[in-house]
Ligand binder design. Structure first.
Ligand code: PMP
Length: 364
């Protein structure tokens, strides 16, 4: 006690000890929201520009009426609907808080300290973060011509490899992996290594040669498919995604899930979205048509854009990256710059797409 009767503030001798793996963890950089005021657009996070479909919104609002209760932990209704929609056994599905949540569970079940996780780079920026959180070692294999270099990825497999992410279409370049090349890769990969095909953008794919992860999952017990309701289904803000995998992978994923992670609102909206698939896929079709228009316009102006099968395109602008992103922001459109490599631009409202095209002419 001090003379005034208050306790003297004790300086702590140390701070709580955290796992070494989480020291210096790079922060996940979320797509920037436009500054408020005026007409602004966000082309920075590969979101669906359409507002919620009325029937889906009603289902979500209906479910919100019981959010004093915990949601169905097992997501039973959702898993049954998914099992029917994709013709897979219900115990081969695991849902999570967005497909990034499921990706984190995948690492938890498959890789730890001393293990290696292979993925292409640049690819989805959560992969290195999640790998580091798991305490495993990331083996990043450079893209070749903006595409996965599957030969190099196969050559990178060692006795320590536990998980391989294959992102198709690849975020941020938009390139897909073809079925024949992935089959050759899987023939080379050891059967006890989990190969995760991340198909977050699969509904936007129109290339007939692109792999369908579910087909490969049916043939190979070490293949797991990751899908999401965030992009084509437009539920990014509700956080629901899922994996399709054989037991014991799917079983382990469910066992490792954050209890009650997928909210009752998200579950109801996801089920309603599956029922509203035709209307939602019409929107996807319109976005695909807009993608064709935008890429055509850019190329017509002499701007190099790699083929994209996703709801975004990639401009490898190098040291002009930051300037282009700043000019877009100034014009009321946020895009997603990656260091001095390039910029990923989401296909959004035609007006926003046109703004991005006109600025690309000055910077690309
Ligand atoms: N995989 C890829 C390739 C992505 O681009 C994203 C979102 N940016 C995700 C997974 C995660 O999406 P969500 O968690 O919203 O399902």
């Amino acid at each position: 006690m001090t003379a005034s009767g208050t306790e003297a503030k004790r300086e702590p001798a140390a701070t709580p000890r955290l796992r070494e793996a989480v020291g210096g963890l790079p922060a996940y950089k979320a797509g920037k929201a436009p500054a408020p005021g005026g007409e602004t657009f966000k082309l920075a996070s590969n979101e669906n520009p359409y507002p919620p479909l009325p029937g889906v919104l009603e289902a979500a609002i209906g479910a919100a009426g019981s959010f004093n209760r915990y949601p169905d932990f097992a997501c039973s209704n959702l898993l049954e609907e998914l099992a029917a929609a994709y013709d897979v056994p219900v115990d081969h599905i695991a849902a999570g808080t967005g497909s990034v949540g499921v990706a984190q569970q995948l690492l938890q079940v498959a890789a730890g300290p001393g293990d290696e996780v292979i993925f292409a780079w640049r690819s989805f920026e959560a992969y290195p973060i999640l790998t580091q959180i798991a305490g495993a070692t990331a083996v990043m294999v450079p893209l070749r011509d903006e595409r996965h270099d599957l030969d190099a990825m196969a050559a990178a497999v060692t006795g320590r490899t536990r998980l391989i992410f294959v992102c198709t279409p690849n975020n941020p370049t938009g390139a897909v992996v073809h079925r024949d090349e992935l089959e050759r890769f899987l023939d080379r990969a050891p059967d006890d290594v989990l190969v995760v095909i991340d198909e977050a953008y699969t509904e936007f794919v129109r290339d007939p040669e692109c792999v369908d992860g579910l087909e490969l999952y049916r043939e190979r017990p070490n293949v797991c498919v990751l899908r999401t309701f965030s992009k084509a289904y437009g539920l990014a803000g509700l956080r629901v995604g899922f994996a399709v995998a054989h037991p014991p992978v799917a079983t382990a994923l469910r066992a490792c899930a954050v209890p009650f992670g997928v909210s009752c609102v998200a579950q109801a909206a996801a089920v309603a979205s599956l029922h509203a698939r035709p209307a939602l896929m019409e929107r996807v079709e319109a976005l695909v048509a807009e993608r064709t228009r935008v890429v055509g316009e850019l190329r017509r102006r002499g701007i190099a854009v790699p083929d994209t099968e996703a709801n975004f395109y990639w401009l490898r602008l190098g040291d002009r990256t930051a300037k282009f992103a700043a000019a877009c922001e100034e014009a009321g459109v946020t895009v997603r710059p990656f260091g001095d490599e390039g910029v990923r631009v989401t296909i959004g409202e035609p007006k926003a797409n046109d703004l991005a095209i006109s600025l690309a002419v000055d910077y690309a």
